[in-house]
Design a protein. Structure first.
Lengths: 464, 234
């Protein structure tokens, strides 16, 4: 049973964590940019209520943030990083971008504190709750996570929104269990906030929408089996399922219309398709215009903008490219899974941001070491997380506690969604796998620690 | 892996001590203290994987090399024979031995091998070089570990003999206790030279196996708790 004293201790933990975050990292007026940063600036210039804003070259949620905090004097990109060229500058003050760093940092701090509070609330044993909250706060405020707040790309906002979404999902699921057929104001309020955060998160990175698919599947399954509808009206379930499905379809359509996927598609052609004659033949049979100029790019640098100067190629990719690639994956499942497996290994090789040089006078090495333990570079943690979820599910089934069953379900659905996002990220672009997969890898690493206190909280020990 | 081992061991210690507290159960308390020693040794091990620290080396030796197995063994015996007065005397003896060993290890000097200490190698392998333990300390540790292993094995055998052998889970519990105990004792006397996968996984699984061996978790009945409408978050 948790008392005010326990919440007071949690408050102290949270304050210590916030102090750690504020003291051992650079000030919020510093930042570093990348080649994509100016595209966020350009995207942010369109009106928010225009279709152009949502189909621009960069993700809408990030452009929205840039527009929201832009100072009168605008942004000045003065500190450019290029990890591919081994350029890793120190953090500097870039006029205007200090506001973006501040937004990203405070959003990140709020998201991790929120998740820690939610986890603490939903674990019965106060000491296990403290352990869970501590693990989450250390995970979130380790350099491997916190340093991303200084990078002017989409990852910081996307990851923070995911953390908030996870916390809201836990609260929503547990709150819904206590409801009868007609919902009270609290779950409706939570659901509305969840929806708003989900929309922002979906529009922060194109692969995020794939997390919705297993959630939709489970909701519709529950509606079909009438399992949860003993508690909730069937209408709510079907409505929720259809709403989420609509969100997924809208997000996918906006992404497709934006042409953000074209350059990554070129990378896939250059790295995965064109070098192998058999694969090349499959695409050629379906109209891919292979020219000497195109083949000359094979084996060179990826993200090769010269391919945009090949009009036949561009028009084929826009019209037939996605369906052809999808058909190729379906007819070559071994290749699809093998490529994903290789991508997983690559995605786990790094756990720190590659964009700027850490200031070791500010961030102690021990914090980096501790963060390295919390953000493991071993892809076998995916198996460990799967085992943890199986164990949690088994315990939930044995206890028969609805709350535990619901949370076990929720974590499992998120796990499946993260794997799906991971698959799409790896196949979405042959270049930058580490960064592009981060939206899946971070949640998987988080799940490793998140499940532990819930598992042990579920255990009851009967004296021998 | 080591941090995972620490998180799981600490969680198990919390569960055990939370179970012991309301019932004022000495067996669960002793067992839980054994897990606290394991957790403390893992903290020291993590620190030493970063850099050499005097207190971490001494703390690791005291908690892991000398005491953890002994306390876990004593806890296993008490769980099976909670009202045995000789075991209760043994518990007091263990407390006294723990305090004496703390004094001994506090005054054990660190050697010059500290200069070439390698955080990337397991502390088990380097411990003999960096810590100038005297004979009473080493023999004390050996005696405590011998007692611990013997207690784990005897406790496991007793549990098997009195348990329902037809129920496979009941029959399997003693095997888990013995296996967990072996995984705890092996690195002490056959120290690994590298952070191999087997060593790291055994660090995670040894406490888990022991925990499963003594807990009733594997065959807890549905309905042991009254199902509520929601998580009774408090």
């Amino acid at each position: 049973m948790k008392s005010a004293r326990h919440y007071f201790i949690l408050l102290i933990l949270a304050a210590l964590a916030a102090w750690l975050r504020l003291s051992y990292y650079e000030p919020f007026n510093r930042s570093v940019s990348n080649y994509d940063t100016d595209r966020y600036m350009i995207s942010s210039e369109s009106p928010i209520f225009s279709l152009e804003f949502y189909t621009s070259i960069r993700q809408p949620s990030v452009a929205m943030a840039y527009q929201f905090v832009e100072p009168q004097s605008g942004y000045k990109l003065t500190n450019l990083s290029s990890p591919g060229d081994d350029v890793h500058p120190a953090l500097e003050i870039q006029p205007g971008f200090d506001r973006v760093t501040a937004l990203q940092s405070w959003l990140s701090i709020f998201s991790w504190l929120f998740l820690a509070w939610v986890v603490f609330r939903n674990i019965r044993n106060p000491n296990l709750g403290f352990l869970g909250a501590t693990l989450i706060l250390l995970f979130g405020f380790a350099p491997q996570m916190a340093e991303w707040d200084y990078v002017m790309l989409s990852e910081p906002i996307s990851l923070s929104l995911f953390v908030i979404l996870l916390g809201l999902s836990i609260e929503l699921v547990v709150t819904l269990l206590g409801e009868q057929q007609r919902l009270s104001w609290k779950p409706i309020f939570l659901a509305v906030i969840w929806l708003l955060v989900a929309i922002l998160w979906l529009l922060a990175r194109d692969t995020n929408s794939y997390l919705l698919l297993p959630i939709i599947a489970v909701i519709l399954l529950l509606a079909w089996r009438r399992t949860a509808s003993r508690k909730l009206s069937l209408g709510y379930l079907v409505g929720a399922g259809l709403l989420l499905l609509s969100l997924f379809l809208v997000a996918a359509r906006l992404s497709q219309a934006s042409d953000r996927w074209v350059n990554p598609y070129f990378n896939n052609l250059l790295a995965r398709v064109l070098p192998v004659p058999e694969y090349r033949a499959y695409f050629v049979e379906r109209g891919l215009p292979v020219t000497e100029a195109l083949m000359a790019e094979v084996g060179g640098n990826l993200t090769e903008l010269s391919l945009f100067q090949m009009p036949n190629l561009v028009s084929w990719v826009e019209e037939e490219g996605l369906s052809t690639y999808f058909g190729f994956m379906l007819t070559h499942p071994g290749w699809a899974i093998g490529t994903f497996s290789d991508g997983v290994a690559i995605a786990f090789t790094e756990n720190v941001q590659p964009f700027f040089r850490r200031n070791t006078d500010v961030t102690p090495e021990f914090l980096v070491f501790l963060g390295g333990l919390l953000h493991p570079k071993d892809e076998t943690i995916i198996l460990i997380v799967a085992l943890e979820l199986l164990l949690l599910g088994r315990l939930a089934a044995k206890t028969g506690l609805p709350g535990l069953i619901a949370l076990s379900f929720l974590f499992s659905v998120f796990f499946l969604g993260e794997l799906l996002m991971f698959f799409v990220s790896v196949h979405g672009d042959a270049a930058g796998i580490v960064r592009h997969s981060m939206g899946s890898v971070m949640p998987l690493r988080l799940s490793l620690w998140l499940s532990i206190p819930f598992i042990f909280d579920a255990m009851e020990i009967v004296p021998s | 892996m080591m941090l995972l081992a620490l998180a799981t061991t600490l969680s198990m210690a919390i569960v055990l001590l939370s179970h012991a507290a309301p019932k004022r159960s000495v067996p669960w308390l002793v067992f839980g203290i054994g897990y606290m020693f394991l957790a403390a040794s893992l903290v020291a091990e993590l620190v030493l994987a970063y850099e050499f620290q005097d207190w971490a080396v001494r703390g690791f030796y005291w908690a892991r090399i000398m005491l953890a197995v002994a306390w876990l063994g004593q806890g296993t015996l008490l769980l099976n024979l909670p009202r045995n007065k000789y075991l209760n005397y043994a518990t007091w003896g263990l407390i006294a031995a723990s305090l004496v060993s703390l004094g001994m290890i506090t005054f054990t000097p660190i050697t010059r091998a500290e200069d070439w200490f390698s955080p990337s190698q397991p502390i088990y392998w380097q411990l003999g070089e960096v810590l100038a333990t005297n004979r009473p300390t080493r023999w004390g540790g050996l005696l405590l570990n011998f007692f611990g292993v013997a207690a784990l094995i005897c406790g496991a055998i007793y549990a098997y003999l009195v348990g329902n052998k037809k129920e496979w889970r009941t029959a399997a519990r003693p095997a888990l206790i013995v296996l967990g105990g072996l995984l705890l004792i092996i690195p002490i006397y056959w120290p690994p030279t590298e952070m191999t996968v087997i060593f790291l996984y055994s660090t995670v699984f040894a406490p888990i196996l022991l925990f499963l061996g003594v807990s009733e978790v594997l065959y807890m009945d549905k309905g042991t708790r009254k199902p509520g409408n929601k998580m009774d978050r408090q």
